[in-house]
Design a protein around this ligand. Structure first.
Ligand code: HPA
Length: 271
């Protein structure tokens, strides 16, 4: 894996005139609008990046974007890789290893999720304060490469508390309603049954989705500070579970995206 990371990093350096980002961004389903806030310097489609998997889902276009937001050098993944697409954990998280090798210190991740917390409404913005890994897998399984991070990773502070505080302040100052909560990550691609939503709520999760957890584990393994934000696109609240479709998820995510984008942009500016 070290050779692959090195090779991919070199290739990106060549194609971006040695661009050195401070902040990485992973844009979730329907949340690509943050890209409009980037003063773009370079765009690399995933198919032009050696060792990068190619994204398959509708709503994920698959590009690395390099540029600045509020004067900060950023790189954004427009389109991420999901376990349900058939990629393994190492493939899903390979871009995070590359981001680290390119120099990022902070990773901002966004996603769409289903909300189990009965206080949530559709369209709620949830700042992630913790997660539960319900994937039957972990990207750190296998021989540990000590150059990349520790064998036994502390996860007591996976979502940086200062960033959460900062995001809550930004939301308050701008009258944007946000909540905080725990994100449960599982494989999909099925949405949950009512019994599964009930179970997820009872074990302590406020929202559920099919991404984020693998990337956050690898970011922490790499010593990167993480900020996570989720848009609740549908509810899995006991007695109120309704049909959910990918189209609906995209629609709600798109509608709420400007608020989320504002928070992330402002956070990046202030970090
Ligand atoms: N469950 C899992 N993933 C999701 C959901 C959901 O209800 N909504 C958006 N992504």
């Amino acid at each position: 894996m070290l050779e692959q990371i090195e090779f991919t990093t070199k290739s990106i350096h060549q194609k971006t005139n040695n661009f050195s980002p401070e902040i990485g961004i992973i844009l979730g389903t329907g949340l690509g609008g943050l890209v409009k806030e980037i003063t773009v310097e370079h765009v690399l489609p995933y198919e032009d990046i050696p060792n990068f998997p190619v994204s398959t889902v509708e709503g994920h276009s698959g590009k690395l974007i390099f540029g600045t937001i509020g004067g900060k050098k950023v790189m954004a993944m427009q389109g991420r890789f999901h376990y349900y697409e058939g990629y393994d954990m190492k493939q899903i998280t390979f871009p995070v290893r590359v981001m680290k090798a390119l120099g990022i210190k902070t990773l901002c991740v966004s996603n769409a999720s289903g909300g189990m917390n009965p206080n949530f409404a559709v369209g709620e913005i949830m700042i992630i304060n913790d997660h539960i890994n319900l994937f039957p897998d972990n990207p750190l399984i296998g021989k540990n490469l000590n150059q990349l991070g520790p064998r036994f990773l502390d996860m007591s502070d996976a979502y940086n508390k200062k960033y959460i505080e900062l995001a809550l302040n930004i939301a308050k100052e701008n009258n944007i309603k946000v909540s905080t909560g725990v994100y449960a990550g599982l494989t999909g691609p099925c949405f949950e049954t009512p019994a599964e939503y009930r179970y997820l709520w009872r074990i302590g999760a406020d929202a559920v989705g099919m991404s984020t957890v693998p990337e956050v584990i690898v970011a922490r393994h790499s010593g990167i500070n993480v900020f996570g934000i989720s848009i609740i696109t549908d509810l899995g609240v006991e007695g109120r579970v309704e049909n959910v479709s990918h189209e609906e998820v995209l629609q709600v995510a798109n509608a709420q995206e400007p608020k989320m984008t504002f928070i992330v942009k402002e956070l990046i500016t202030r970090i």
